[in-house]
Design a protein around this ligand. Structure first.
Ligand code: B16
Ligand code: MG
Length: 215
C-alpha cells in the first residue's frame, strides 16, 4: 500500500488503561452490590463510557433512569481519572515509542483514534502527546466504534485518503470500524479474538514500517 498515515487506538495499543477502567467499574459494581469480574470487563474494551455502563448494569440486573445513569458514569469516571492521573512514561506498551519514531523519520503521519474522553490526560502523563500529529478522542466524535467516524476524522485531519492509512486496534469493534472506513488494520493482541484484521501482532514491537508498506 501507499502508506502515508497511521492511526493508533490508545487503550490496549499504546497503554494498558483497561486495568484502571476495570478497577473503577469493579468498584462501582461493588457499591451497587454485585460482582464484576475481569472476564466481564472484556466486553467493555473499546466501548464508550455509557455503553460500558449499560453492559455493567445488565450484568447486575439493575435498571435505573437516565439521570441516575449519568450520575453513576460520573462517579466511575471520577475514580478512573484518579487512577490515570499518576500515569508515567513507564506505562507505554512495548514497541510504541520505537514505531512512532520510525514512522516520523519516514515522514508518515500519526494520529490517535480513541473512544476515550480522557485521552488528553493519559497522553500528558505518558509524555507522548507531541509524538502524534492529530488527536481524535471521545470528545470529538458522536458515534462509537464500530462506526468508522473516529478513524475517518483522523484521516481527514491528517488530510489523507483512508486508503493510505493503517489503523492499530486491540478491540474487535475497532477493527470493524477501520475496515468500514476503508482502511487497513493491524490487530494488537490475540489472533483468535481479533478477526478480519489484515494482520495481528502481540504488541507494537512485532511490526516494522516495511511490513506496513507491504499490507
Ligand atoms: P472514557 P480506546 C476506550 O479507549 C476504552 O477501551 C474503553 O474501555 C472506554 O470505555 C472508552 O475508551 C471510553 O473511555 O470513559 O475515558 O471516555 O480503546 O478507544 O482508546
Ligand atoms: Mg482499545
Amino acid at each position: 500500500m501507499d502508506l502515508k498515515g497511521c492511526i493508533f487506538d490508545l487503550d490496549g495499543v499504546i497503554v494498558d488503561t483497561a486495568k484502571y477502567h476495570f478497577m473503577a467499574w469493579q468498584r462501582l459494581a461493588a457499591e451497587l452490590g454485585f460482582e464484576f469480574t475481569e472476564e466481564d470487563n472484556e466486553a467493555l474494551k473499546g466501548v464508550s463510557r455509557m455503553e460500558s455502563l449499560e453492559i455493567l448494569l445488565r450484568k447486575g440486573g439493575i435498571s435505573v433512569g437516565e439521570k441516575e445513569k449519568e450520575a453513576l458514569a460520573a462517579l466511575k469516571n471520577g475514580w478512573y481519572v484518579g487512577l490515570i492521573t499518576g500515569m508515567t512514561p513507564d506505562e507505554i506498551l512495548p514497541g510504541s515509542l520505537d514505531l512512532l519514531k520510525a514512522l516520523g523519520s519516514e515522514g508518515i503521519l500519526t494520529a490517535i483514534g480513541s473512544a476515550s474522553k480522557n485521552a488528553g490526560t493519559i497522553l500528558q502523563g505518558i509524555g507522548l502527546r507531541s509524538m502524534f500529529d492529530v488527536i481524535i478522542d471521545g470528545n470529538k466524535i458522536t458515534r462509537a466504534k464500530p462506526d468508522p467516524e473516529v478513524f475517518l476524522k483522523g484521516a481527514e485531519e491528517m488530510k489523507l485518503p483512508p486508503s493510505s492509512c493503517v489503523v492499530f486496534e486491540d478491540a474487535q469493534a475497532g477493527i470493524e470500524a477501520a475496515l468500514a472506513g476503508g482502511m487497513k488494520c493491524v490487530g494488537v493482541g490475540n489472533p483468535e479474538l481479533l478477526v478480519r484484521a489484515d494482520m495481528v501482532v502481540p504488541d507494537l514491537s512485532f511490526i516494522t514500517v516495511k511490513q506496513l508498506r507491504n499490507l
